[in-house]
Design a protein around this ligand. Structure first.
Ligand code: ACO
Length: 328
C-alpha cells in the first residue's frame, strides 16, 4: 500500500562485493557440454564469480555491508537492524546475519536471515521497511549474499551455467517526512508466494529431509513461463499502489536472472531498454545478491541519482516474487 505516513524508509547508501575468481563461459565449456554461444543467446551471461576456499556467504556479505556503510557515511554502531537475504548460509544455524553483525562489531539491535531465494532481497527490504516504519528500529543494513557455487551440481549443464557468487547491501534509515510521493524513500511494496510451484526450482537436500545440503534442481522452461507473467503482475500492482505508470520509472533494476526474462518483462511493460540496469552478463544469477549488486553499480556509475524513481523486482524459488518502488 502507499505509505502516506510521516515515516519513510530512505536509502542512505549501497555497496557490493564480487569474489576475485572469474569463471567464463569458455571455462565452463571445458567442464560440461555447453558453449559460449548457447549460454549467451539463452541468458545473456558471459561470466560469473566463484568464492574462494574459505570465503563464505558471511565474508562476502560483511564486505558488501562495509562498502554500503562507507557509501552512506555511517558507522556500524549507527545500525540497529541487519537482515541478510540468503539461501546459502554459512551454517544451518546460527543465522549468517549474526556472523556479519559480529564482524562489524555491532552488539545492539537485532540480526536475522531471510530466505526467499532469488526474491530474498525484495522480501528483506520490504521487511526492513515495515520495521523502520513501526518505529522499532532506526537504521538497517539489508544484505543479499550468496555462495551458490557451493550448491550447484557442476555436472548439470542446465543449472551450473546460470549462477554465481557475490553480495550486495543497502543502508536504510527511517526519516520523518511530509508523506508526499515526491519525498524520498520506499513508496510501495508488493510481495507474493505460491507454494504449489515449489518443485519447479529447489534444492534436493535439507536439514529435516536428507540431512545434506543438496544441489539446485530446476525446470527451466517452467520457471521461464511463469517469470514474465508474475513479474509483470506484481510491477503493475506496485505502480498502481503509488499512482504511477511504467513510463514514470527512471530506473528499472530487476533481479539479474536472465537477460531474456528482463527483455520480455520490459517489452510487456513498455519500459525503455535504456532505463534498465543490467549486470547479469558480468556475474550471472547471484540470487538474493543480484539486485543490491545492480543498485550499487547503477549508483556508483552515476546513473541512479537522488530523486530518481527506481523500481526493483524479483522472482525465485517457491515461487516467490515481489516488487518495491523507491524514490532514491
Ligand atoms: N548448454 C548447451 N545446451 C544446453 C544447456 C547448456 N548449458 N542446458 C540445456 N541445454 C540443452 C537441453 O538439454 C536441451 O537439449 P535437447 O533439445 O537436445 O533436449 C536444449 O538445450 C533446450 O533446453 P531447454 O531447457 O528447453 O532450453 P531453454 O531454451 O528453455 O533455455 C534456460 C533454458 C536458459 C534455463 C531457460 O529455460 C530459462 O532461462 N529459464 C529460466 C530459468 C532461470 O532464470 N532461473 C533462475 C532462477 S529463477 C529466477 O531467478 C527468475
Amino acid at each position: 500500500m502507499v505509505r502516506l505516513g510521516t515515516v519513510r524508509t530512505v536509502i542512505k547508501g549501497c555497496g557490493g562485493y564480487l569474489p576475485e575468481r572469474v569463471l567464463t563461459n569458455a571455462d565452463l565449456a571445458k567442464m560440461v557440454d555447453t558453449s559460449d554461444s548457447w549460454i549467451t543467446e539463452r541468458t545473456g551471461i558471459k561470466e560469473r564469480r566463484i568464492a574462494a576456499e574459505g570465503e563464505l556467504t558471511s565474508t562476502m556479505g560483511a564486505l558488501a555491508a562495509k562498502a554500503a556503510l562507507t557509501d552512506a557515511g555511517l558507522a556500524p554502531e549507527d545500525i540497529d537492524l541487519i537482515i541478510l537475504a540468503t539461501s546459502t548460509p554459512d551454517q544451518t544455524f546460527p543465522a549468517s546475519a549474526v556472523t556479519i553483525q559480529a564482524d562489524l562489531g555491532i552488539t545492539h539491535g537485532a540480526a536475522f536471515d531471510m530466505q526467499a531465494v532469488c526474491s530474498g532481497f525484495v522480501f528483506a527490504l520490504a521487511t526492513a521497511d515495515s520495521y523502520l516504519k513501526s518505529g522499532q528500529f532506526k537504521r538497517a543494513l539489508v544484505i543479499g549474499a550468496e555462495a551458490f557455487s557451493r550448491i550447484l551440481d557442476w555436472k548439470d549443464r542446465s543449472t551450473c551455467v546460470l549462477f554465481g557468487d557475490g553480495a550486495g547491501a543497502v543502508v536504510v534509515e527511517a526519516q520523518k517526512l511530509n508523506g508526499a510521493l515526491t519525498d524520498r524513500g520506499i513508496l510501495a511494496t508488493c510481495l507474493r508466494s505460491d507454494g504449489r510451484y515449489r518443485d519447479k526450482l529447489y534444492v534436493d537436500g535439507g536439514p529435516s529431509s536428507t540431512g545434506t545440503v543438496g544441489h539446485v534442481r530446476m525446470d527451466g522452461p517452467e520457471v521461464f513461463r511463469h517469470a514474465v507473467t508474475n513479474i509483470s503482475e506484481v510491477i503493475g500492482t506496485t505502480l498502481a499502489q503509488a499512482g504511477y505508470v511504467s513510463s514514470d520509472i527512471d530506473w528499472f533494476v530487476p533481479h539479474q536472472a536472465n537477460k531474456r526474462i528482463l527483455d520480455g518483462t520490459a517489452r510487456k511493460l513498455g519500459l525503455d531498454p535504456e532505463r534498465i540496469i543490467i549486470t547479469v552478463d558480468k556475474h550471472a544469477n547471484t540470487s538474493a545478491a543480484s539486485i543490491p549488486l545492480a543498485l550499487s553499480q547503477g549508483s556508483a556509475d552515476g546513473r541512479i541519482k537522488q530523486g530518481d524513481l527506481v523500481l526493483i523486482e524479483a522472482m525465485g524459488g517457491g515461487f516467490t516474487w515481489g516488487a518495491l518502488l523507491i524514490r532514491w
